[in-house]
Design a protein around this ligand. Sequence first.
Ligand SMILES: *Cc1c(COP(=O)(O)O)cnc(C)c1O
Length: 401
Amino acid sequence: MSLAPAPPRAVPFHVPHTAERQDDYLRQVLASGDLDGNGPYSARATEILARITGSPHVLLTPSCTHALEIAALLLELAPGDEVVMPSFTFAPTASAVAMRGAVPVFVDCHPDTLNMDESLLEAALTERTRAIVAVHYAGVACEMREIQRIADAYGVPVIEDNAHGLGATYQGRPLGGFGTLSAQSFHATKNVHCGKGGALLVNDPELVERATIIRDRGTDRHQYFLGQVDKYRWVDLGSSYILPEVLAALLAAQLEEFDAVQKRRHALWDTYHSGLAGWAADERVALPTVPADREHSAHLYHLVLPSEEDRTALLQHLAERDVRASVHFLPLHTSPAGLRYGRSAPGGCPVSERIADRLVRLPLHTELSDAQAGRVVEALASFRTGTTAGAERATDREDRS
Ligand SMILES: *Cc1c(COP(=O)(O)O)cnc(C)c1O
C-alpha cells in the first residue's frame, strides 16, 4: 500500500521577511528597559538607511503615512494649497495633504512604468501648487530629471513617496535622495519591515531641526538632550511620530539583511521576467518595464492583462491552481475621498483607470522557493487571454498596501 503524495501547499501571496537576529534583538531591547525610541537600535537602523539612500538625515517614524504627515506640516500646507501627485498610488499620499486642508491634484500615469506621466505635469500646476509628489511605483524610478526640472522652473519642492523604492536607483543615484523630503515604509508588506514603521528622509538641512520638533510632539526635547536648551517646551505643531525602540530593534535586524533580501527578491523577479516573456508576448500581457537608466527594487511583480475580463479569469485560473495573486491600487481620483478632497488634472486619468482594472500582482517574497516560483510560471503558461466569455467572477483580494 502506498501513500498518496501530499498535495502541494498553496503558494502564498506574501509572507513578511524574518531576519535571523530579530528575536535576539527583541529580547535584548526588552531586557534593556530602554523602550522609548531614539535608542541604539534606532541609531543602527538610521545609519543603515542613510547608507542605502545617501540621505544625510533619517528620522524613523511609526509608518510611511506618518512621514508623509510630517512632510505636509513641514511644507506648511494650508487650505487652498495644491499638491500634484499620481492618481495611481496609495491613499496616504493624498490623505496627508488633505489633512492640512490642501487639495491633492491627480495626474495620470504612463501605461508602461505606471509612474506619473511627467508630460502631463505642467498642465496640472497652478499658482497654488506647493509641491509635487513622485511615487516610484514597484520601485521603478519616476523620470526624476524632468520632474525636478519642472519643479525648479515653478519653484516648488519634490517629495518622494518611496514606499516601494528602497535600494532602487535613477541614473546611478539611490531613490529617497532626490526629494526635498522622502518617505519610506517598513510595513509588513514591504521588502524589509518592522510590522509597521517608516522613515522621513530630510534632504534639505534647513528642515532638519523643525522635522525633529514635529516628530517629538512639537517639543524641543531633542535640543534639550543635546544640551542646547535648559528646559524643553511646546514650540510648534507636532505629534507622537517617533518609532518605538522595540520596532526599531526589529527593523535594525531586517535592514542588516537588506542586501541578501534584495538579492533573493531580484532572483525571483528575474525568474518571472524571463519565464513569462514568451507567454506574455503571445497573450498580449504587459510585463513590468524598467527603463535602462534605472535599477528597480524588486518590490513587486505585476502583469497588465488586455481586459478586465481577462484579469478576472486569470485570478480564477490561479486560485484553482493554489497560487495566490492580488490586485493593487484603486485610482484615487475616483475614490470617495479623492472626489471629496481632490481633483483630477486637466485630461483626467484614463490610463490609471484602465490599469487598475487589469493589473495582477504575483507572489514575491523571501519565503518563496524556486519550485514555487516555477509553479507560478507554469500556472500562467496554461492561461489564455481573450477566452473568458461567461467566466465566473473571481473574488478580488483586497490587499492594497
Ligand atoms: C505602503 C505604502 C504607503 C504607506 O505605508 P505605511 O508605512 O503603511 O504607512 C504609502 N505609499 C505607498 C505608495 C505605499 O505602497
